[in-house]
Design a binder for this molecule. Structure first.
Ligand SMILES: Nc1ncnc2c1ncn2[C@@H]1O[C@H](COP(=O)(O)OP(=O)(O)OP(=O)(O)O)[C@@H](O)[C@H]1O
Ligand SMILES: O=P(O)(O)O[C@H]1[C@H](O)[C@@H](O)[C@H](OP(=O)(O)O)[C@@H](OP(=O)(O)O)[C@H]1O
Ligand SMILES: [Mg+2]
Ligand SMILES: [Mg+2]
Length: 329
Protein backbone atom coordinates (compact mmCIF):
# COMPACT_ATOMS: atom_id res chain seq x y z
CA UNK A 1 0.00 0.00 0.00
CA UNK A 2 1.44 3.44 -0.90
CA UNK A 3 1.82 5.92 1.96
CA UNK A 4 -0.80 8.26 0.44
CA UNK A 5 -3.53 5.59 0.67
CA UNK A 6 -2.48 4.25 4.05
CA UNK A 7 -4.97 4.88 6.88
CA UNK A 8 -3.85 5.86 10.37
CA UNK A 9 -5.55 5.14 13.68
CA UNK A 10 -5.57 7.54 16.60
CA UNK A 11 -6.99 6.15 19.85
CA UNK A 12 -8.45 8.67 22.28
CA UNK A 13 -9.00 8.28 26.04
CA UNK A 14 -11.05 11.21 27.30
CA UNK A 15 -13.77 11.88 29.85
CA UNK A 16 -17.35 11.62 28.50
CA UNK A 17 -17.63 15.43 28.77
CA UNK A 18 -14.46 15.92 26.75
CA UNK A 19 -15.59 13.40 24.12
CA UNK A 20 -18.83 15.34 23.74
CA UNK A 21 -17.13 18.71 23.36
CA UNK A 22 -14.09 17.63 21.33
CA UNK A 23 -14.78 14.50 19.26
CA UNK A 24 -17.42 16.25 17.14
CA UNK A 25 -18.73 14.66 13.92
CA UNK A 26 -17.09 17.56 12.01
CA UNK A 27 -13.67 16.62 13.46
CA UNK A 28 -14.17 12.89 12.82
CA UNK A 29 -15.09 13.58 9.18
CA UNK A 30 -12.28 16.04 8.63
CA UNK A 31 -9.74 13.57 9.97
CA UNK A 32 -11.27 10.71 7.94
CA UNK A 33 -10.78 12.67 4.73
CA UNK A 34 -7.06 12.85 5.50
CA UNK A 35 -6.88 9.12 6.19
CA UNK A 36 -7.07 9.33 9.97
CA UNK A 37 -9.60 7.35 12.00
CA UNK A 38 -10.35 8.55 15.52
CA UNK A 39 -11.22 5.51 17.63
CA UNK A 40 -12.37 5.55 21.29
CA UNK A 41 -10.23 3.61 23.77
CA UNK A 42 -12.20 1.45 26.20
CA UNK A 43 -10.63 2.36 29.55
CA UNK A 44 -12.24 -0.70 31.18
CA UNK A 45 -10.23 -3.07 28.97
CA UNK A 46 -6.43 -3.44 28.98
CA UNK A 47 -4.95 -0.84 26.64
CA UNK A 48 -2.28 -3.29 25.47
CA UNK A 49 -5.06 -5.51 24.05
CA UNK A 50 -6.55 -2.68 21.99
CA UNK A 51 -5.41 -1.09 18.75
CA UNK A 52 -3.17 -1.17 16.84
CA UNK A 53 -2.76 2.60 17.20
CA UNK A 54 -0.41 4.97 15.40
CA UNK A 55 -0.98 7.50 18.14
CA UNK A 56 -2.79 7.77 21.49
CA UNK A 57 -4.27 11.07 22.72
CA UNK A 58 -5.54 11.31 26.28
CA UNK A 59 -6.65 13.51 29.16
CA UNK A 60 -7.21 11.12 32.09
CA UNK A 61 -5.21 11.09 35.27
CA UNK A 62 -6.48 8.28 37.52
CA UNK A 63 -3.98 5.73 38.79
CA UNK A 64 -5.40 2.90 36.70
CA UNK A 65 -5.00 4.88 33.47
CA UNK A 66 -1.46 5.92 34.43
CA UNK A 67 -0.53 2.25 34.89
CA UNK A 68 -2.18 1.24 31.61
CA UNK A 69 -0.35 3.94 29.71
CA UNK A 70 3.00 3.01 31.27
CA UNK A 71 2.59 -0.64 30.32
CA UNK A 72 1.42 0.27 26.81
CA UNK A 73 4.38 2.63 26.27
CA UNK A 74 6.78 -0.06 27.45
CA UNK A 75 5.36 -2.61 24.99
CA UNK A 76 4.84 -0.11 22.12
CA UNK A 77 7.76 2.32 22.27
CA UNK A 78 7.08 3.56 18.70
CA UNK A 79 3.50 4.67 19.27
CA UNK A 80 3.27 8.44 19.74
CA UNK A 81 1.65 9.35 23.08
CA UNK A 82 0.09 12.82 23.17
CA UNK A 83 1.30 13.70 25.74
CA UNK A 84 3.52 11.82 28.24
CA UNK A 85 2.11 12.00 31.76
CA UNK A 86 5.31 13.35 33.30
CA UNK A 87 5.19 16.35 30.93
CA UNK A 88 1.55 17.08 31.84
CA UNK A 89 2.05 16.75 35.61
CA UNK A 90 3.57 20.22 36.32
CA UNK A 91 0.32 21.77 35.02
CA UNK A 92 -1.64 20.21 37.88
CA UNK A 93 -0.15 22.61 40.40
CA UNK A 94 -0.57 26.38 39.89
CA UNK A 95 2.95 27.10 41.19
CA UNK A 96 4.89 24.58 39.06
CA UNK A 97 2.60 25.49 36.12
CA UNK A 98 4.11 28.98 35.87
CA UNK A 99 7.70 28.11 36.89
CA UNK A 100 8.43 27.31 33.27
CA UNK A 101 7.59 30.89 32.18
CA UNK A 102 10.38 32.26 34.37
CA UNK A 103 12.89 30.03 32.54
CA UNK A 104 12.03 31.51 29.12
CA UNK A 105 13.70 34.89 29.65
CA UNK A 106 11.62 36.66 26.99
CA UNK A 107 11.59 40.44 27.24
CA UNK A 108 8.27 41.93 28.48
CA UNK A 109 7.08 38.49 29.64
CA UNK A 110 6.51 37.46 33.23
CA UNK A 111 4.05 36.05 35.76
CA UNK A 112 2.14 37.81 38.55
CA UNK A 113 3.63 37.78 42.06
CA UNK A 114 2.25 34.82 43.97
CA UNK A 115 2.59 32.83 47.16
CA UNK A 116 1.35 29.41 48.19
CA UNK A 117 -0.82 29.15 51.34
CA UNK A 118 -1.15 25.61 52.64
CA UNK A 119 -3.30 26.07 55.74
CA UNK A 120 -5.73 28.37 57.56
CA UNK A 121 -3.10 29.36 60.16
CA UNK A 122 -0.88 30.87 57.46
CA UNK A 123 -3.88 32.74 56.08
CA UNK A 124 -4.46 34.43 59.44
CA UNK A 125 -0.86 35.70 59.66
CA UNK A 126 -1.34 39.51 59.54
CA UNK A 127 2.02 39.89 57.75
CA UNK A 128 1.21 37.36 55.02
CA UNK A 129 0.76 39.91 52.23
CA UNK A 130 3.62 42.14 53.34
CA UNK A 131 6.03 39.18 53.52
CA UNK A 132 4.99 38.09 50.03
CA UNK A 133 5.15 41.65 48.63
CA UNK A 134 1.47 41.47 47.70
CA UNK A 135 -1.32 43.98 48.31
CA UNK A 136 -5.10 43.96 47.92
CA UNK A 137 -6.85 43.05 45.73
CA UNK A 138 -5.47 39.52 45.34
CA UNK A 139 -6.84 36.43 43.63
CA UNK A 140 -7.03 33.20 45.59
CA UNK A 141 -6.83 30.16 43.29
CA UNK A 142 -6.93 26.49 44.31
CA UNK A 143 -3.35 25.18 44.34
CA UNK A 144 -4.40 22.09 42.44
CA UNK A 145 -5.50 22.45 38.81
CA UNK A 146 -6.66 18.93 38.03
CA UNK A 147 -9.73 19.69 35.87
CA UNK A 148 -12.24 19.27 38.72
CA UNK A 149 -14.94 21.96 39.11
CA UNK A 150 -13.38 22.88 42.47
CA UNK A 151 -10.03 23.60 40.84
CA UNK A 152 -11.67 26.47 38.90
CA UNK A 153 -13.36 28.09 41.97
CA UNK A 154 -11.57 31.36 42.62
CA UNK A 155 -11.94 34.34 44.94
CA UNK A 156 -11.14 37.96 44.40
CA UNK A 157 -10.17 39.18 47.87
CA UNK A 158 -10.48 42.90 48.60
CA UNK A 159 -9.40 43.05 52.25
CA UNK A 160 -8.23 40.91 55.18
CA UNK A 161 -11.82 40.04 56.19
CA UNK A 162 -12.18 38.34 52.82
CA UNK A 163 -9.66 35.65 53.85
CA UNK A 164 -12.31 34.14 56.14
CA UNK A 165 -14.04 32.59 53.14
CA UNK A 166 -10.94 31.05 51.59
CA UNK A 167 -10.10 27.38 51.95
CA UNK A 168 -6.40 26.47 51.57
CA UNK A 169 -4.41 24.94 49.96
CA UNK A 170 -4.45 27.90 47.60
CA UNK A 171 -2.16 30.35 45.92
CA UNK A 172 -2.59 34.09 46.45
CA UNK A 173 -1.81 35.92 43.26
CA UNK A 174 -1.43 39.63 42.56
CA UNK A 175 -4.51 40.96 40.74
CA UNK A 176 -3.14 42.81 37.72
CA UNK A 177 -5.29 45.41 35.95
CA UNK A 178 -5.37 44.42 32.28
CA UNK A 179 -8.29 46.20 30.60
CA UNK A 180 -10.83 43.39 31.06
CA UNK A 181 -9.46 41.29 28.20
CA UNK A 182 -7.36 38.12 28.12
CA UNK A 183 -5.64 36.45 25.20
CA UNK A 184 -5.92 32.69 24.97
CA UNK A 185 -3.21 31.12 22.87
CA UNK A 186 -4.01 27.62 21.67
CA UNK A 187 -1.12 25.37 20.70
CA UNK A 188 -1.65 22.05 18.88
CA UNK A 189 1.76 20.70 17.92
CA UNK A 190 3.08 23.08 15.28
CA UNK A 191 -0.08 25.21 15.09
CA UNK A 192 -0.68 28.31 17.20
CA UNK A 193 -3.80 30.49 17.38
CA UNK A 194 -4.50 33.50 19.59
CA UNK A 195 -8.06 34.52 20.49
CA UNK A 196 -9.41 37.30 22.68
CA UNK A 197 -11.84 36.69 25.58
CA UNK A 198 -13.57 38.68 28.31
CA UNK A 199 -11.89 38.88 31.69
CA UNK A 200 -12.27 40.55 35.08
CA UNK A 201 -12.62 44.34 34.82
CA UNK A 202 -9.91 46.63 36.25
CA UNK A 203 -10.08 47.67 39.90
CA UNK A 204 -8.99 51.19 40.77
CA UNK A 205 -7.86 52.14 44.28
CA UNK A 206 -11.02 54.27 44.59
CA UNK A 207 -13.29 51.35 43.62
CA UNK A 208 -11.53 48.92 45.98
CA UNK A 209 -13.27 50.22 49.13
CA UNK A 210 -16.76 49.76 47.61
CA UNK A 211 -16.42 46.13 46.59
CA UNK A 212 -17.01 44.35 49.92
CA UNK A 213 -14.63 41.71 51.29
CA UNK A 214 -14.51 38.95 48.72
CA UNK A 215 -16.13 37.81 45.49
CA UNK A 216 -16.09 34.26 44.16
CA UNK A 217 -16.03 33.43 40.45
CA UNK A 218 -15.37 30.51 38.15
CA UNK A 219 -14.28 30.21 34.49
CA UNK A 220 -15.17 33.84 33.82
CA UNK A 221 -13.77 33.83 30.27
CA UNK A 222 -16.29 31.15 29.23
CA UNK A 223 -19.37 33.07 30.51
CA UNK A 224 -21.89 34.87 28.30
CA UNK A 225 -23.13 38.35 29.33
CA UNK A 226 -26.32 36.72 30.66
CA UNK A 227 -24.38 34.18 32.77
CA UNK A 228 -22.13 36.95 33.99
CA UNK A 229 -25.15 38.95 35.18
CA UNK A 230 -26.59 36.05 37.16
CA UNK A 231 -23.12 35.19 38.52
CA UNK A 232 -22.81 38.73 39.87
CA UNK A 233 -26.26 38.81 41.51
CA UNK A 234 -26.28 38.56 45.29
CA UNK A 235 -23.04 40.43 45.81
CA UNK A 236 -22.72 43.93 47.27
CA UNK A 237 -20.32 44.47 44.44
CA UNK A 238 -22.52 43.10 41.63
CA UNK A 239 -22.06 46.18 39.45
CA UNK A 240 -18.35 45.35 39.23
CA UNK A 241 -18.97 42.25 37.08
CA UNK A 242 -21.99 43.65 35.30
CA UNK A 243 -20.33 44.55 32.04
CA UNK A 244 -22.13 44.09 28.74
CA UNK A 245 -19.26 42.97 26.56
CA UNK A 246 -15.51 43.02 26.54
CA UNK A 247 -13.84 45.89 24.70
CA UNK A 248 -11.92 44.99 21.52
CA UNK A 249 -8.24 45.15 22.38
CA UNK A 250 -5.18 45.18 20.19
CA UNK A 251 -3.75 41.67 19.77
CA UNK A 252 -0.21 40.99 21.03
CA UNK A 253 2.42 41.00 18.23
CA UNK A 254 2.51 37.72 16.23
CA UNK A 255 6.23 37.22 16.69
CA UNK A 256 5.88 37.65 20.45
CA UNK A 257 3.07 35.07 20.62
CA UNK A 258 5.12 32.65 18.54
CA UNK A 259 8.21 33.11 20.72
CA UNK A 260 6.25 32.45 23.88
CA UNK A 261 4.37 29.47 22.39
CA UNK A 262 7.59 27.95 21.04
CA UNK A 263 9.42 28.58 24.31
CA UNK A 264 6.67 27.02 26.42
CA UNK A 265 6.31 24.05 24.13
CA UNK A 266 10.02 23.37 24.15
CA UNK A 267 10.34 23.81 27.91
CA UNK A 268 7.24 21.77 28.81
CA UNK A 269 7.63 19.13 26.08
CA UNK A 270 3.88 19.28 25.42
CA UNK A 271 1.92 19.32 22.17
CA UNK A 272 -1.63 20.14 23.29
CA UNK A 273 -2.11 23.13 25.58
CA UNK A 274 -3.25 26.71 25.79
CA UNK A 275 -2.09 29.60 27.93
CA UNK A 276 -3.82 32.75 29.17
CA UNK A 277 -1.98 36.00 28.70
CA UNK A 278 -2.85 39.43 30.11
CA UNK A 279 -1.26 42.81 29.29
CA UNK A 280 -0.70 45.24 32.12
CA UNK A 281 -0.77 49.06 32.03
CA UNK A 282 2.97 49.14 31.22
CA UNK A 283 2.55 46.81 28.21
CA UNK A 284 4.13 43.90 30.03
CA UNK A 285 2.62 40.48 29.30
CA UNK A 286 1.88 38.05 32.11
CA UNK A 287 1.06 34.36 31.76
CA UNK A 288 -1.63 33.59 34.36
CA UNK A 289 -2.72 30.05 33.45
CA UNK A 290 -1.63 27.08 31.32
CA UNK A 291 -4.12 24.30 30.52
CA UNK A 292 -3.48 20.83 29.14
CA UNK A 293 -5.72 19.76 26.22
CA UNK A 294 -8.09 22.77 26.49
CA UNK A 295 -11.43 23.35 24.76
CA UNK A 296 -10.14 23.41 21.17
CA UNK A 297 -13.64 23.32 19.70
CA UNK A 298 -14.07 26.95 20.83
CA UNK A 299 -11.21 27.92 18.51
CA UNK A 300 -12.15 29.03 14.97
CA UNK A 301 -11.02 26.47 12.36
CA UNK A 302 -10.49 23.80 15.00
CA UNK A 303 -11.22 20.80 12.73
CA UNK A 304 -8.56 21.81 10.19
CA UNK A 305 -5.96 22.69 12.80
CA UNK A 306 -6.44 19.50 14.84
CA UNK A 307 -6.49 17.32 11.72
CA UNK A 308 -3.22 18.88 10.51
CA UNK A 309 -1.74 18.24 13.95
CA UNK A 310 -2.92 14.61 13.95
CA UNK A 311 -1.49 14.12 10.46
CA UNK A 312 1.87 15.49 11.59
CA UNK A 313 1.77 13.27 14.69
CA UNK A 314 1.16 10.01 12.80
CA UNK A 315 3.74 10.95 10.13
CA UNK A 316 6.51 11.84 12.58
CA UNK A 317 6.45 15.47 11.48
CA UNK A 318 5.96 17.35 14.72
CA UNK A 319 8.59 20.08 14.60
CA UNK A 320 8.26 23.77 13.68
CA UNK A 321 5.47 26.02 14.90
CA UNK A 322 3.13 27.74 12.38
CA UNK A 323 0.96 30.72 13.19
CA UNK A 324 -2.39 29.75 11.69
CA UNK A 325 -3.47 33.39 11.56
CA UNK A 326 -0.88 34.16 8.91
CA UNK A 327 0.01 30.85 7.26
CA UNK A 328 -1.70 27.90 5.66
CA UNK A 329 -2.29 25.17 8.27
N1 LIG B 1 -3.41 37.59 38.23
C1 LIG B 1 -4.55 37.95 37.66
N2 LIG B 1 -4.86 39.26 37.49
C2 LIG B 1 -6.03 39.61 36.93
N3 LIG B 1 -6.97 38.75 36.50
C3 LIG B 1 -6.71 37.43 36.64
C4 LIG B 1 -5.48 36.97 37.22
N4 LIG B 1 -5.51 35.62 37.26
C5 LIG B 1 -6.68 35.26 36.73
N5 LIG B 1 -7.41 36.33 36.34
C6 LIG B 1 -8.76 36.27 35.75
O1 LIG B 1 -9.39 35.14 36.31
C7 LIG B 1 -9.71 34.18 35.28
C8 LIG B 1 -9.51 32.78 35.81
O2 LIG B 1 -8.17 32.57 36.20
P1 LIG B 1 -7.38 31.29 35.66
O3 LIG B 1 -7.26 31.40 34.19
O4 LIG B 1 -6.13 31.18 36.44
O5 LIG B 1 -8.40 30.15 36.07
P2 LIG B 1 -8.78 28.73 35.43
O6 LIG B 1 -9.99 28.25 36.15
O7 LIG B 1 -7.58 27.87 35.47
O8 LIG B 1 -9.17 29.11 33.94
P3 LIG B 1 -9.41 28.12 32.67
O9 LIG B 1 -10.86 27.97 32.55
O10 LIG B 1 -8.77 28.91 31.55
O11 LIG B 1 -8.66 26.87 33.00
C9 LIG B 1 -8.79 34.55 34.12
O12 LIG B 1 -9.34 34.14 32.90
C10 LIG B 1 -8.75 36.06 34.25
O13 LIG B 1 -9.96 36.62 33.75
O1 LIG C 1 -11.51 20.76 32.60
P1 LIG C 1 -10.09 21.21 32.72
O2 LIG C 1 -9.07 20.11 32.71
O3 LIG C 1 -9.84 22.20 33.81
O4 LIG C 1 -9.77 21.96 31.38
C1 LIG C 1 -10.46 23.13 31.03
C2 LIG C 1 -9.40 24.21 30.84
O5 LIG C 1 -8.90 24.56 32.09
C3 LIG C 1 -10.00 25.43 30.17
O6 LIG C 1 -8.93 26.31 29.88
C4 LIG C 1 -10.73 25.08 28.90
O7 LIG C 1 -11.33 26.25 28.38
P2 LIG C 1 -10.60 27.19 27.30
O8 LIG C 1 -10.33 26.38 26.07
O9 LIG C 1 -11.61 28.28 27.10
O10 LIG C 1 -9.33 27.65 27.95
C5 LIG C 1 -11.82 24.08 29.20
O11 LIG C 1 -12.45 23.77 27.98
P3 LIG C 1 -13.84 22.95 27.88
O12 LIG C 1 -14.64 23.33 29.09
O13 LIG C 1 -14.41 23.42 26.57
O14 LIG C 1 -13.41 21.52 27.85
C6 LIG C 1 -11.26 22.82 29.77
O15 LIG C 1 -10.41 22.19 28.82
MG1 LIG D 1 -7.59 30.31 32.51
MG1 LIG E 1 -6.80 26.81 33.90
Amino acid sequence: MSNSSRRFIIGYALSPKKVQSFVLPSLINHAKQRGIDLIPIDIYKPLTEQGPFDCVVHKLYDEDWKKQLEEFTFKNPNVVIIDPLNSIEPLHNRISMLEVVKRLEIESLGIPKQVVVNNIESLSNPKLLEDSKLRFPVIAKPLVADGSAISHEMWLVFNIEGFRKIKPPIILQEFVNHGGVIFKIYVAGDYVKCVQRRSLPDISNEKLGDLGDVMSFSQISNLTSQQLRSESEGYDNCSYLNIESAEEAEMPPHCFIMDVARGLQWAMKLHLFNFDLIRDARNRYLVIDINYFPGYAKMPGFETILTCFFWDAVNGKIGNLHNVDTEEG
